[in-house]
Ligand binder design. Structure first.
Ligand SMILES: *Cc1c(COP(=O)(O)O)cnc(C)c1O
Length: 394
């Protein structure tokens, strides 16, 4: 203690009060029926892309999120790719993506041979700024024959993928309204927002399709995995078809009616997911408890603020966020170095997409808020276990 940067002492002081002597950024918590369900797969030999746990896991996801359909996939990125295909995105289209996101959102657009078109975020939600997007689209597009055409490039803007940053819902009503007016299909990258609600409804229900992720560092994990959510029965059937090599049902023949993907989540991963689902409510409770402790503790700390859920939302607080004051951005890296050296997993937000080599030349609007936030955000330890032991539902 006694550093030249007061925020370092304040932050380490809060960690000393609230956390054990060291803490990772976010760890998986395996505390229920994982062993039993995985053993069922091992004992039965149903470890791969068929088996009872997959359907059960999809049912549990659908029940929890309120989405009519859930289709499990091998990764969240595969789920995003599937969403874009089902939304009718074509090669050479443009797709609106926040500049401030994890690279998977943008990569999925590139897999379509479509062009990411970066949009700015708002400080209130850390996600897409609907008003700024609307102004931008009004400036540069014409809606002709039900399609939104970028006048500068001549390309169709067919979809927009919003992302609920660190579990905080974007302003979905405003975005849906703008997308509707400009004939752009809204897709939600809900990889970080399992357990987050916008106006009482689970995220992932407001666009035409949504993607979840169950990677090891997410709120819950299947080792690796994801899911497509939709409320459209036809899209759900198409999602299943596209992620299972487009194989037509037949007693023994291999008949495939289009080029498709082997994106199905294996049964052994679904077994993990089913056990994790049983503990999800407990994880979310404890994550919100941890966030409340951070909120109270950081209230009196100057130079930064603890990011709280947007109005009318309930966030899962996947990764807790400190936002440095604008005039304190210079100390971000010193804080990161000191906190990690002290044993506390802290990291900056992703480098904005237009600053990454593969996406430097993409279309974009003014991205000043994303660029500003990039210098000011610090994620701090967020595992549910930091707010008590699991009281698992097993
Ligand atoms: C985790 C994540 C994904 C998907 O990641 P996978 O590792 O492929 O499951 C996509 N978008 C965002 C914003 C994410 O945080």
């Amino acid at each position: 203690m006694g550093s030249a940067i007061p925020e370092i002492d304040s932050i380490l002081g809060v960690f000393a009060d609230l956390l054990p002597t060291s803490a990772a950024l976010h760890e998986p918590e395996i505390a229920g029926n994982e062993w039993a369900y995985v053993k069922q797969c091992l004992d039965s030999g149903w470890v791969s892309s068929a088996g009872q746990h997959i359907g059960r896991f999809e049912g549990a996801l659908s029940d929890f999120t309120g989405a009519a359909h859930a289709v499990a996939t091998v990764t969240g990125t595969a789920a995003l790719h599937t969403c874009l295909m089902l939304a009718g995105v074509k090669a050479d289209d443009e797709v609106i993506v926040p500049a401030l996101t994890f690279v998977a959102t943008t990569n999925a657009v590139a897999y379509m041979a479509a062009h990411p078109h970066f949009a700015d975020s708002e400080e209130r939600t850390l996600g897409l700024d609907a008003a700024k997007l609307e102004a931008h689209l009004s400036d540069i597009t014409d809606v002709k024959d039900g399609a939104c055409i970028n006048r500068l490039t001549g390309r169709r803007i067919s979809a927009a993928v919003c992302m609920h940053t660190f579990g905080h819902p974007v302003d979905l009503d405003a975005l849906a309204e703008v997308c509707g007016r400009f004939k752009i299909t809204l897709i939600e990258d809900a990889a970080e927002s399992l357990g987050s609600y916008y106006k009482g409804r689970h995220t992932g229900n407001h666009g035409r399709l949504a993607a979840l992720s169950f990677n090891g560092n997410k709120v819950m994990t299947t080792g690796g995995g994801g899911a497509v959510l939709t409320n459209d029965a036809e899209l759900a059937v198409a999602a299943k078809h596209l992620t299972t090599t487009a194989k037509l049902p037949h007693a023994f023949e291999f008949i495939h009616d289009r080029t498709a993907y082997n994106y199905r989540l294996p049964n052994i991963n679904a077994a993990l997911g089913l056990a994790q689902m049983e503990q999800l409510a407990s994880k979310l409770d404890r994550k919100r408890t941890l966030a409340a402790s951070y909120r109270d503790a950081f209230r009196t700390v100057s130079g930064l603020r603890f990011f709280e859920e947007p109005e009318n939302c309930s966030s899962n607080y996947w990764l807790n966020v400190l936002v440095l004051d604008k005039d304190r951005r210079d100390v971000r890296d010193d804080i990161l170095v000191a906190a990690n050296a002290a044993g506390f997993g802290c990291r900056p937000v992703w480098r904005p997409m237009h600053m990454l080599a593969p996406y430097r030349d993409c279309a974009r609007m003014d991205l000043s808020v994303a660029e500003d936030l990039y210098g000011r955000i610090i994620n701090i330890p967020s595992s549910p276990g930091l707010a008590g032991s699991p009281n698992n539902g097993a």
